[in-house]
Design a protein around this ligand. Structure first.
Ligand code: VG1
Ligand code: CO
Length: 542
């Protein structure tokens, strides 16, 4: 029996870069989840009788939210929901399941790389029928609805047993519990040369994959160890845990430091990789060689044709604005389209749907292709493996050869976490106020070539997204970008992105922070970061 329950709106349900993310205690407030899920459904049309996909990264509160979402979906008239066994689906797998089963859309329950547990973060994101995150038009409507919502619909039904694969029911709606890995693994087999990858592992190639106690564990165990024959133990921390083993499931040089140290050691494995909470990010480290995500995007684009799924070449590349220009040089050489979009995967969807680009990436350890509409951690790992298997060279050799051809974009990101929101906004506003007189950014010998607040004009649907980050380009080709994060849950996070180009015959062996030291000093001088935030150093350097 459908029930209409009275509720009162919350003022803070504005989706950020990737859905609504808040601390778990916030999501536990009365009707907080119900309001948001109902606001999503109230903002959609034409889903009666259609299929909704629901899955999450298994973090704390996933099990409770998924049952609420199933009941609300049933009361709102969905015909069926597809749910991963145990309520689990990685973000890229959810994207694929939506596409593969021609679902109307999907709910992804995750706060991605943010920590989990009772005091950690939770998140809800809606993805549309192409498998990608809802565009701003929809997220804006959801937010508007959440501010006035006064009722939600649900049904009086017990929890569905999500541990059992098969067909269940919730009132009149079918609940199909599926193997979370099967469809995704089958897709990977169509893109990559599995027999060749098997040979690679059989030949003694040694890899370590750190699933960081998060969602990619089951996927990596199945694909790398069961299907490709990598020895047991290749995948570590491979059982998803509600609090990620107390860790921070962000695959970067700070939170995956053990993996980094292992790969830098004399007797370390040939190849190391890690993924984040919801499985859409990737960290790539070769023996003795860390690959920055921006370089990884460029390298994957330059070598994608070596994998069967991309043998015919790629149509174009897209990268988020703060991502380094390394990929641009590859696009130029290949004579293909290059697009610069705002941060967040939702901006790639139109370009991918239109066939304008094949490979996309972000500096935040996200790469993906037209196989789904999310970034995809394990996909990037498999593409790297396919390239290594075909070329028969080390990661280090491949990276060096790339720089010798295209030059090197030294790149780093400095994050200042949990900064006072007023101070962070003040810093950005002060920069914005100086944009008209860009000469005011001339410091330390750097001459400003351009300075603006990035505005994106979507070439497919003509939509405009303004205020996407302040970029200051200098005449020597280096660049500083200032931006506030849209995924943090406490205070503000200031991100400073720094980049400089070294030509093919230049010095490629400098330490990144040393190579960028003058630019880092210029950023401090331009924005007065320490004065304004009270921080003398970044919280995280990647
Ligand atoms: C961050 C990254 C961005 C990424 C987003 C979601 O956003 O910078 O590149 O798309 O997280 O990634 P922000 O607004 O905090 O800079 V995930 O893996 O958290 O879904
Ligand atoms: Co993620």
């Amino acid at each position: 029996m459908n029930k209409t329950i009275k509720t009162a709106p919350y003022a803070d349900q504005k989706p950020g870069t990737s859905g609504l993310r808040k601390r778990v205690p916030v999501f536990m407030k009365e009707n907080y989840v119900e309001n948001f899920v109902q606001s999503i459904f109230d903002s959609l049309e034409g889903f009666a009788g259609k299929t909704l996909v629901i899955g999450g990264d298994g973090r704390y509160y996933n099990d409770v939210v998924i049952q609420k979402a199933i009941r609300i979906a049933s009361a709102n008239g969905f015909g069926a929901v597809l749910v991963g066994q145990g309520g689990l689906l990685s973000t890229p797998a959810a994207s694929h399941v939506i596409r593969h089963h021609h679902a109307f859309g999907g709910l992804i329950l995750s706060a991605s790389h943010n920590p989990g547990g009772p005091d950690g973060d939770f998140g809800i994101k809606y993805n549309v029928g192409n498998g990608g995150p809802a565009p701003e038009k929809i997220t804006d409507a959801v937010y508007a609805r959440s501010k006035v919502i006064d009722r939600y619909l649900t049904v009086d039904e017990p929890d569905v047993d999500l541990s059992r694969i098969g067909t269940h029911h919730c009132a009149g709606m079918v609940v199909e519990v599926i193997d979370p890995v099967a469809d995704y693994a089958a897709l990977m087999q169509t893109l990559f040369d599995f027999p060749k990858l098997k040979e690679l592992f059989a030949s003694g190639f040694c890899m370590r994959f750190d699933a960081m106690h998060a969602i990619t564990g089951p996927y990596a165990h199945r694909i790398l160890e069961d299907m490709l024959g990598a020895p047991k133990g290749t995948v570590i921390n491979g059982t998803p845990s509600p609090d990620f083993g107390g860790g921070h499931p962000d695959p970067n040089l700070v939170y995956a430091k053990d993996l980094y140290d292992l790969l830098m050691s004399a007797d370390g494995p040939d190849f190391g990789a890690a993924s984040d909470g919801d499985g859409d990010r990737n960290l790539i480290i070769g023996k003795g060689r860390f690959v920055t995500p921006s370089d990884s995007l460029a390298l994957l684009a330059a070598n994608a044709h070596l994998a069967p799924g991309y043998a015919k070449g790629i149509a174009g590349i897209a990268r988020s604005m703060p991502t380094s220009a390394a990929a641009d040089r590859v696009a130029e050489k290949l004579g293909i389209e290059m697009h610069e979009t705002p941060t967040g995967w939702k901006f790639f969807g139109n370009l991918l749907d239109a066939g304008r680009v094949t490979i996309c990436g972000e500096e935040s350890a996200g790469t993906g292709s037209n196989h789904v509409r999310e970034k995809d951690g394990l996909w990037a790992v498999l593409l790297w493996l396919n390239i290594l298997a075909v070329r028969g060279e080390s990661v280090d050799a491949i990276v060096r050869a790339h720089w010798a051809t295209y030059g090197r974009n030294y790149y780093t990101r400095h994050d200042y976490d949990e900064v006072d929101t007023t101070a962070a906004n003040g810093l950005m506003d002060a920069l914005r106020a100086r944009l008209g007189t860009s000469a005011s950014f001339n410091v330390g010998g750097y001459e400003t070539a351009y300075a603006d607040d990035f505005t994106y004009h979507d070439p497919i649907d003509g939509s405009v997204s303004a205020k996407q980050g302040i970029r200051i380009g200098f005449k020597d080709g280096s660049r500083i970008v200032f931006r506030l994060s849209g995924t943090g849950t406490v205070g503000a996070t200031l991100r400073v992105y720094l980049e400089r180009y070294e030509p093919p015959n230049g010095h490629h062996d400098l330490d990144t922070q040393a190579a960028l030291a003058p630019l880092i000093a210029a950023a401090e001088q331009i924005a007065g970061i320490s004065d304004r935030t009270g921080r003398s150093a970044p919280s995280v350097i990647t």
